[in-house]
Write a protein that binds this ligand. Sequence first.
Ligand code: BG6
Length: 482
Amino acid sequence: MVSRVIPVDPFDLVVIGGTGDLARRKILPALYRRFCAGQMPEDARIIGASRADMDDAEWRDFVGAALDEFAAAKGCADRGRFLAMLSYVSLDALGDTGWDRLASRLDRDCVRAFYFSVGPGLFGPLAERLQRYGLAEGDARIVVEKPFGHDLASARALNADLARHFQESQIYRIDHYLGKETVQNLMAIRFGNMLFEPLWNSQYVDHIQITVAETVGVDGRGEYYERAGAMRDMVQNHMMQLLCLIAMEPPAQFEPDAVRDEKLKVIRALDPVDARDVVRGQYLADGARPGFKEHVENAESTTESFIALKARVSNWRWAGTPFYLRTGKRLRARTTEIAVVFKDTPHSIFGPEAGQHRNILTIRLQPNEGIDLGVTIKEPGPGGMRLIDVPLDMTFAQALGPEAEDVPDAYERLIMDVIRGNQTLFMRGDEVEAAWAWTDPIIASWEEVGARPLTYDTGSSGPEEALALMHRDGRRWREIRV
Ligand code: BG6
């Protein structure tokens, strides 16, 4: 495999919230790795901005420490040259301090991007000031992080706030799942092969399972998580994106609005979810490790750290094929996978003793990215026609060689797409609103009755009732394992 790095145009990237956790863990290491890969032009500039009173040298020290911690394995010898691209401006998002200085720092003709690595409460004030100080003009662009709103009303208000100062074509709403290599591979697998697409519909697909299982708890993020829960934190955004890429019609081109139009149609075709088709859970304490309620410091918490639900896409392609979604913290293994479970053959010529067999296409997003197609063959040996299922397994790292392990992480790809001006892997405003419009009534269905989540053990597959959700339909979840 030959990896190709296409250098981007010269740019100024302002990381607002430049001393925050996301900047330290993700944004700055990602920029450094793109620098090491040779993708950044010599005269690119990265400007940190935050309320903290720091000078350039102090911010460079801060970034250096972040790289030691989060980018040591993938670094390069030229770190000094990367650090020389950095400077810092102390900025008040809610006042006027620092804005003139920032504007004079940006006084040159090149791509200009502002990464809002701050809470959504500051998106509006920042957008307003960028415009007031003449920084929103031309093809200036802003990058905003999730959570994009807490519900439909707040997402609409945020969209309206941003739209007052920026065109939609200037706004890059990040969902980091879209930057993952294998998530994009979903589109390649579906639309680059003749093999799957003719079978990709309710005539041949019995159901689809999407699992995002994590082993971590909500340690250190209790305050945010207590307000969000798994539905807002994972389903409304990341899992929704996976569902869209699996369910959407082929866009006419791989072009931002063509792709986003098709995703939007899927979201709008989602049926409301019946409360009986939702199972929520909270993890219990495990030996020395606290449980969910201790993590969020609320003994009465009704927030879920696990959710499983059955969704239906009501359109010609998918009517009758349910999509089962499940995600949770502190589960048995860290795994993200999509399983497309095909229907039984219409008639078995081998008789009842051959048993029932189904093809399952599994797309593993992490870890061990790859695809696996379960096919039915004859069990070797004499003694009649017995059938068994075997995997046609392709782990990308094995098939593509060591370079497959060296693909850019989600933030690297997405930040470079911002600089290139490619919005394909970013969410459009109407898409986010449609996702909230589907999510809100589901959340309301448990909030209105004050329903409490069930409990589950750390290291399990979630509450037993999640198993029952599928058993009721004569189906079962795939095992959560690495
Ligand atoms: C984040 C969520 O958006 O995604 C976290 O807020 C979650 O709760 C994380 O752990 C999962 O991302 P990844 O890339 O580790 O699958």
